[in-house]
Write a protein that binds this ligand. Structure first.
Ligand SMILES: *[C@@H]1O[C@H](CO)[C@@H](O)[C@H](O)[C@H]1NC(C)=O
Length: 268
């Protein structure tokens, strides 16, 4: 009988077949918008970032280029709206999702904003369930979508102040995270004009690059063995609720909210 370790390795290897991906379409209240209509196009095909400590970490390779910014429209949305990101191809790797936002300084449009200000995490989707006998089930790769969920949705906090924003979708693929530098970052930025009467002050804030060192427990850990029984989400706590989600909110399904707990494992 093959060892559990071998089975886990096989299971993880199987998830790495379907390679790379992009986030090409913004989703607003469940409606998918045009290809790169409100998401900035990238120039590295669909590859992960080569270096998480340079400017590409802001909006992916090409995401700050003038031509790509000029070709991207800015979506007008309201605080409390559901915002999402369509996955181009298949998000076929295990790992956490993080969504960050950054408000452009006064007088700067989202289109002209280079994302060099403060960013806060507004949504995070981590582990759905730890299954000691089968390995980890990620929220982005649940039993209902074992190849990876086709989109990620979250709710814009009502306390979010009005303004011009970049919203940055990030999926961190951890299949190679046994070695430092092995975690792969897939990201994309959307441009938003947020209408709101909210007066919240988003915190904590981070910069890109800089938010990740690359050696955090959630970015470097033994992927294959022993079976993972805990996971530390990399990056800051989410604003305003300091909570991570553990079950995805996919287009066409009723959302169970942005803060559902890890599913217990009773002999699962
Ligand atoms: C799991 O917990 C151990 C012990 O607290 C810690 O050393 C390790 O970094 C954690 N692993 C992750 C991936 O968070």
């Amino acid at each position: 009988m093959p060892s559990l370790r071998a089975l886990l390795s096989l299971a993880l290897a199987a998830t790495t077949v379907s390679a790379h991906y992009n986030f090409d379409r913004l989703i607003i209240n469940g409606v998918t918008t045009g290809e790169y209509e409100f998401m900035r196009r990238t120039t590295n095909s669909n590859s992960p970032l080569p270096n998480i400590q340079n400017k590409d970490m802001v909006c992916n390779v090409g995401g700050l280029d003038a031509a790509n910014r000029a070709a991207t429209k800015t979506a007008v949305v309201n605080a409390g709206d559901t915002i999402g990101f369509n996955v181009r191809d298949i998000m076929g790797h295990p790992g956490p999702v993080n969504v960050y936002m950054s408000k452009a300084p006064a007088g700067v449009t989202a289109q002209n904003y280079l994302g060099d200000g403060d960013w806060f995490k507004v949504y995070a989707l981590g582990v759905k369930q730890f299954r000691p006998s089968k390995g980890v089930i990620w929220g982005s790769m649940p039993d209902t979508a074992p190849q990876g969920i086709p989109n990620v949705q979250f709710t814009l906090p009502t306390a979010l102040p009005a303004g011009e924003y970049l919203v940055r979708m990030e999926h961190i693929a951890i299949h190679g995270a046994s070695e430092p530098g092995g975690a792969q970052f897939y990201i994309g930025c959307g441009q938003l004009t947020v209408r709101s009467s909210g007066t919240g002050v988003p915190s904590p804030t981070v910069k890109f690059p800089g938010a990740y060192k690359g050696n955090e427990p959630g970015l470097v850990f033994p992927v294959y063995w022993p079976p993972m029984l805990n996971y530390t989400m990399p990056g800051p706590a989410t604003w305003p609720n300091k909570c991570d989600d553990h079950t995805p909110n996919v287009v066409g399904q009723k959302s169970d909210g942005d803060c559902t707990p890890i599913l217990p494992c009773d002999g699962c």
